[in-house]
Design a protein around this ligand. Structure first.
Ligand code: MG
Length: 262
């Protein structure tokens, strides 16, 4: 009888413990390698983050005095294509626009750890669905992508939606504006560090705001971002060009500036 009571109380306390820790585990579903482990890449079962409506659209904020202006709406002098030839995206008004088929573009300068401000707008009227709708990307060091996508009433796998660190971490919330509306990313990026033998000392980290809303809180990247893969780190230079993706959709960018850290 005593043993039975003892077993019952063990069972009861485990249930109580599970009851309280289970939701807590989910609430703690932050961007760490530990929590990533449970999700397969592009896992369709991975929960989509809640929708948050950002505050009203404001005119672009001019860059601070110590920023390196990468695009001010006038020309693509700071940008080249992957072969080092002049970038062939369209410049119109105060923005640049992907010309499908002309390829990714990248900065002439290389950057490591940085604060990056970039504004983007997906095509209006929207066309296509899932990944085939307003797709582009902001690749820090040409390797670590923050996804650009029209995620306004457009479902796709969580780690591939707007603001996702592609294939690794969905944004904490979906802060996407409507297609055609200007949106901002403010990214704090810490480049990975390698020793002289090429061994990883510190992984890359990202904090990202989408339309002013926190979507990554010091997320630890598992390596370069990729489609259907999570490749490991490979030692690379301290500074590499920032890259914008031609994913065959006429996505627009404007007001791009960067502040080097460290
Ligand atoms: Mg992309």
């Amino acid at each position: 009888m005593r043993k039975k009571n003892f077993l019952a109380s063990i069972l009861f306390s485990s249930l109580v413990l599970a009851f309280f820790t289970f939701p807590f585990l989910f609430a703690q579903q932050k961007n760490s390698k530990e929590t990533l482990g449970q999700w397969a890449i592009h896992d369709p079962e991975r929960p989509l983050p809640p929708i948050v409506i950002p505050g009203p659209l404001l005119p672009p904020v001019p860059p601070p005095s110590d920023a390196i202006v990468l695009f001010d709406g006038k020309n693509l002098f700071n940008w080249v294509d992957s072969k080092g030839q002049p970038a062939r995206w369209k410049v119109e008004g105060d923005y640049m626009e992907v010309v499908p088929g002309t390829g990714n573009i990248q900065t002439k300068m290389g950057f490591g750890s940085c604060q990056l401000h970039i504004e983007w707008a997906t095509p209006y009227p929207p066309k296509g669905s899932g990944q085939d709708r307003g797709n582009s990307g902001v690749f820090l060091m040409g390797l670590y992508e923050v996804q650009v996508l029209d995620s306004y009433e457009n479902k796709t796998y969580a780690d591939g939606m707007a603001g996702a660190i592609y294939g690794q971490y969905p944004p904490l919330v979906n802060a996407c504006r409507k297609p055609g509306e200007w949106q901002t990313y403010d990214i704090i990026f810490h480049a990975p560090k390698f020793d002289a033998e090429g061994k990883l000392l510190e992984p890359a980290r990202m904090t990202v705001f989408h339309n002013g809303i926190l979507i990554h809180d010091n997320a630890e990247l598992t390596g370069p971002t990729a489609h259907k893969a999570r490749p490991p780190y490979k030692a690379h230079a301290d500074k590499l060009p920032l890259m914008l993706q031609d994913h065959s959709h006429p996505v627009r960018f404007r007001n791009i500036w960067i502040r080097e850290l460290e």
